[in-house]
Design a protein. Structure first.
Lengths: 114, 111
């Protein structure tokens, strides 16, 4: 079945450590996105990519980095510069961007500080 | 003014009644609007997309769009306990070429 796979489901980060969240899609979508969701809050855009080898900062990119070497993959690295990383991280994709087609989400990764 | 605004709730509705969820947005040229349902601890799932003024029905769900008033709503008929969730409104901001999400309305269906 086509879909978006995020891993791991739960992740713990030690202080000063970089961690990478995986996002893979087999929907043949051009556009991919990373969001952060804090408890009781909406989704805030971290980074997005409209095409392979290209990506743009979202509203809260500081302390995060991404790469888009393959159409199917859009990993997110939470660096040690992100001082408050505890949140629910959601990866999404859409056919293209900007798009009037909806975004579809993976199951998310819950990141906590040890 | 927030770009996409929703009442955070909780909105409590008796089982079998109609739940009405509202969303306003600030971008006058937005053309695409989406409603997502998010259960606690889960990722959002798409319920409805709407692009034209008026109503769009899908089963128990009806999305209503009024571009002149910059207002989009979601009606849930015959509400069931399984409808208890947070509902996120999302708007494609043409000026910024990105989708903006509201903070969501928490809906609780009481038996």
């Amino acid at each position: 079945d086509g879909g978006i796979t995020q891993s791991p489901k739960y992740l713990f980060r030690k202080e000063g450590q970089n961690v990478t969240l995986s996002c893979e899609q087999n929907l043949n979508h051009d556009a991919m996105y990373w969001y952060r969701q804090d408890p009781g809050q909406g989704l805030r855009l971290i980074y997005y990519s409209q095409i392979v080898n290209d990506f743009q900062k979202g509203d809260i990119a500081e302390g995060y980095s991404v790469s888009r070497e393959k159409k199917e993959s859009f990993p997110l690295t939470v660096t040690s510069a992100q001082k408050n990383p505890t949140a629910f991280y959601l990866c999404a994709s859409s056919i293209d961007s900007p798009s009037n087609q909806p975004q579809h989400f993976g199951d998310g990764t819950r990141l906590s500080i040890l | 003014q927030k770009e996409v605004e929703q009442n955070s709730g909780p909105l409590s509705v008796p089982e079998g009644a109609i739940a009405s969820l509202n969303c306003t947005y600030s971008d006058r040229v937005s053309q695409s609007f989406f409603w997502y349902r998010q259960y606690s601890g889960k990722s959002p799932e798409l319920i409805m997309s709407i692009y034209s003024n008026g109503d769009k029905e899908d089963g128990r769900f009806t999305a209503q769009l009024n571009k002149a008033s910059q207002y989009v709503s979601l009606l849930i008929r015959d509400s069931q306990p399984s409808d208890s969730a947070t509902y996120l409104c999302a708007v494609l901001y043409s000026s910024a070429s990105k989708i903006i999400f509201g903070s969501g309305t928490r809906l609780s269906i009481r038996p």
